[in-house]
Design a protein around this ligand. Structure first.
Ligand SMILES: O=C(O)[C@H](O)COP(=O)(O)O
Length: 347
């Protein structure tokens, strides 16, 4: 019965072009195997795989939810049009967008990067712009990035595509002078700005003595299993570096202390960060176990949307394309926001 439901759900996903025809269920171990067509579904599928470790039945539910995600409607009452801040405060509902930076010059060379401050490649720039198109109709009131340029470039490039055309402005609070010298003296102009907060706590995990080493050569030298353990285990750090657990201690603590209160007050937040700092945040949002997080992989430049509602994070997947109806139908309020934007930009 469950297998029949699974196959029906897979069929739906295949007909929508989300997974390839070779996707299926391994009847012996209960694992679902997927060949992805749309990069945007990578996160969901990775999570799906881990769900199968816990409960096959539950995973079928997730597949079905994925297959029908364009029909899910939920109200979000904080469209950021700069005029609704009262409603926003009352609603306690907000959008949270997570983006892993676009391809960096060391991603391209397959080098461990960690906290080395490497810029995007041309492909990374394009990925960031593409990510921006995907979220161009989702309101953004606050942006958080790591202290690293690849995340900052991604956030800024993505915002060049945003239809609301607010200007992202980096907040300089590092000294009294920096604060004083970066003040804006027009309330009107302030309303048209989005504060961008940079925080080292959102940086990529420190990869220790692997930083600058080639990933393939390291695997050849130390063995594939050892390198996989360094890269994906929860609590085993690379030599003199941070484990995911250590990275989570600062990234999730920052998220809880600074970002969650913004969401609670109804602000829509975008975070541009890194594979591992975002994995640790997603682990917290989706309540993944240390086993489950092992199979969580994030693609570069793919935005992921969560709705924060009544103290809970509801994962809405990745907007597929800017002109796809489903993107704006994630919530009724997002759809209304988009409609307002259309009207505003037409007039
Ligand atoms: O720091 C790095 O090398 C990458 O950004 C993330 O690498 P990983 O996929 O090996 O964790």
């Amino acid at each position: 019965m469950a297998a029949a439901a699974f196959h029906q759900a897979i069929g739906t996903l295949q007909s929508r072009g989300c997974v390839s025809n070779s996707s299926g269920l391994n009847r012996e171990n209960g694992n679902a195997s997927f060949r992805l067509i749309s990069k945007g579904f990578k996160l969901d599928i990775a999570l799906l795989r881990r769900e199968t470790y816990c409960s096959r039945k539950r995973s079928f539910g997730i597949i079905q939810a994925l297959a029908s995600q364009t029909t899910i409607f939920d109200p979000i009452s904080s469209p950021s049009d700069g005029t609704k801040s009262d409603t926003k405060k009352k609603s306690n509902e907000a959008a949270l967008i997570l983006i892993r930076h676009g391809e960096s010059m060391w991603n391209e060379k397959n080098l461990f990067t960690g906290c080395v401050d490497v810029p995007l490649t041309k492909k990374g720039v394009e990925e960031a712009i593409e990510a921006g198109k995907r979220i161009s109709n989702i309101p953004v009131d606050m942006i958080y990035t790591s202290a690293l340029i690849r995340a900052q470039m991604t956030a800024m490039l993505a915002m060049t595509e945003h239809r609301r055309k607010k200007v992202p402005i980096i907040v300089h609070n590092e000294s009294e002078q920096a604060r004083a010298w970066s003040q804006i003296f027009s309330e009107e102009t302030k309303k048209q700005c989005i504060p961008v907060v940079t925080a080292w706590q959102l940086n990529e995990r420190m990869y220790g003595e692997l930083q600058g080493l080639n990933k393939q050569e390291t695997a050849d030298r130390y063995g594939k299993e050892q390198v996989h353990e360094w890269r994906r285990s929860y609590d085993i750090p690379p030599p003199n570096g941070e484990s995911l657990e250590m990275c989570a201690e600062r990234a999730v603590a920052y998220f809880k202390e600074y970002i969650e209160p913004q969401l609670l007050s109804g602000k829509n937040v975008m975070i541009a960060a890194h594979g591992n700092s975002l994995r640790s945040i997603i682990m917290y949002l989706d309540k993944l176990t240390s086993q489950e997080v092992i199979s969580l992989e994030l693609s570069t430049g793919i935005p992921m949307l969560y709705i924060f509602k009544e103290g809970r994070f509801i994962r809405r997947g990745s907007p597929v394309a800017p002109n796809e109806a489903g993107v704006y139908a994630y919530t009724k309020r997002l759809a209304q926001y988009r409609q307002k934007l259309d009207e505003m930009l037409q007039s």
